[in-house]
Design a protein around this ligand. Structure first.
Ligand code: AMP
Length: 328
């Protein structure tokens, strides 16, 4: 734990009257939970400070956490402290007004692709960025205030980014930090229902996925979702992208990938890569992406690139299986 960075961040927050919070594009439970959780902690602790979370990117399944703040004039950004959570590179910061901030802090748990801001606190072994915010709260409990609203935001990110506490990044610290939140109070029944119940129509799409998915010779499971399939099942891009979770339990398939056509004029294909045992972030980095060792994203522009990425992943999996034992 980087106590020095945490102390420096606390000092900066204390120094500024206005704080603006930022997160990554194509938001997820972790970046939404971390920004909302930290915002709430700051507001509870220092009611006189102005704290803004402005982001126009929304995700339907996360709407239960509530709307973001209205846009503010540029001058208000200008003398604020900007804190960017859960975002490895500047290109992925969603609200580009972050460039106006007087000072910028990065708090992240991704493999660092670049540094930005005047102060960074990066711990890539953390299972979520929300866990870092909880550790921050816990380190300065005597100063900071939390309530069950903040705890619920943060627990949301901890649950979603760790695959419900299943992924390999989960360790004793993860559970100790989760315990801090449960002690404050989280309605886990309601939260899990909000996050994981599925519409009956979505099950039909799932059945289709299982029929259409393929497996490469060495065990990379993949599905290509074109615009026609999205239209057939009436799916948003976000709903179609969620299918990556359906490919994760096939014995012998230690990597799995979803390709989703975005329908923009550039012909962008969103790639979601996942794995167990073998690390696939190097593949993502080769194809304009990045992320974590076992959960990354990339961007492609043609079917040829899809084939190339699949061939690379298949070769990586082959090499891994030939040189390692114990994978399942
Ligand atoms: P996703 O499949 O979009 O959920 O992404 C998995 C992980 O990789 C997340 O932590 C993302 O923040 C990260 N990621 C996704 N796309 C990119 C990208 N183009 N560049 C860097 N990191 C990415």
């Amino acid at each position: 734990m980087n106590r020095e960075a945490m102390e420096a961040i606390l000092q900066k927050i204390q120094e500024y009257d206005r704080i603006t919070l930022f997160r990554h594009v194509r938001n997820d439970g972790d970046c939404v939970g971390a920004t909302k959780g930290l915002k709430r902690i700051i507001q509870l602790t220092w009611p006189e400070k102005e704290v803004y979370l402005i982001d126009h990117d929304t995700a339907k399944y996360l709407e239960f956490m509530g709307p973001e703040d209205e846009e503010i004039p540029d001058e208000l950004y200008a003398d604020s402290l900007g804190i960017v959570l859960d975002t490895a590179s500047e290109a992925r910061i969603s609200n580009k007004k972050y460039t106006l901030c007087k000072e910028l802090i990065k708090i992240d748990h991704h493999i660092p692709l670049e540094t930005y801001g005047s102060l960074q606190w990066v711990e890539e072994e953390r299972s979520s960025c929300c866990e870092m915010v909880v550790a921050f709260y816990d380190a300065f409990r005597d100063v900071l205030k939390i309530d069950s609203e903040a705890a619920t935001y943060l627990y949301t990110g901890m649950v979603t980014d760790s695959g419900r506490f299943k992924y390999s990044g989960v360790n004793g610290d993860t559970m100790r930090n989760a315990a801090v939140l449960l002690d404050v109070g989280v309605d886990t029944d309601t939260l899990f229902a909000r996050l994981y119940l599925e519409a009956y129509e979505y099950l039909k799409f799932k059945a289709h996925i299982y029929q259409r998915m393929q497996i490469t010779p060495n065990g990379v499971a993949y599905i290509y979702i074109d615009r026609a399939m999205q239209a057939e099942f009436g799916l948003s891009l976000e709903q179609a992208s969620a299918c990556i979770g359906n490919l994760d339990s096939i014995r012998g398939c230690i990597s799995w990938i979803a390709f989703i056509e975005s329908g923009d004029e550039r012909g962008t294909i969103r790639v979601r890569l996942r794995s167990r045992f073998v690390h696939i972030n190097g593949i993502a980095e080769k194809y304009r992406g990045g992320g974590h060792a076992c959960a990354s994203g990339a961007t492609l522009y043609s079917r040829d690139e899809v084939d190339a990425l699949l061939a690379d992943t298949d070769a990586l999996v082959k090499e891994y299986k030939e040189t390692h034992e114990g994978w399942l």
